[in-house]
Design a protein around this ligand. Sequence first.
Ligand code: RP5
Length: 169
Amino acid sequence: MSKIGIILGSDSDLPYVEKGIQTLKEFNIPFEIEVSSAHRTPQRTLELVREFEKKGIQVIIAAAGGAAHLPGVIASHTLLPVLGVPITSALSGLDSLYSIVQMPSGIPVAAFSIGSAGGVNSVLFAIEILALTDKEMEQKLTDYREKQKMTVLEKSKRLKEKIKSDLSL
Ligand code: RP5
């Protein structure tokens, strides 16, 4: 059963959340994904939220660019935690970030980094929420961090070797 639901404001947002989706696939975590706009399809957005709730979704990731009201509108219709991803836009995503991060008091939305980093981190954060009550998820996150650590160590080793050989030391 999927516990993570993703809603994109447009299919043009997909490149920025692809890495996050890849992470879900690598972790073998089922998820729901839909396109719905707060402005172009407001009724469908509400219906999707209801559908997600009925299906047992526990966290909603909402990605949107420009006048990025999608995460806030979703949050106004549900008590599920909503993670907002600001998509890079004509104004470099600053407009999206401000739209998502400046929620009025009373309806919270978690705001992530602009673009791809936000896409990945929102997914990892959603898994962290699920890991509070799911040991398997917790183990997957621990393994992910370990793998990430090894990658950094390997990069450091390669960099030192390159500098050494470039300077013929
Ligand atoms: C937003 O408008 C979407 O999230 C997207 O980032 C932006 C542009 O959408 P398209 O015109 O590419 O469909 O609602």
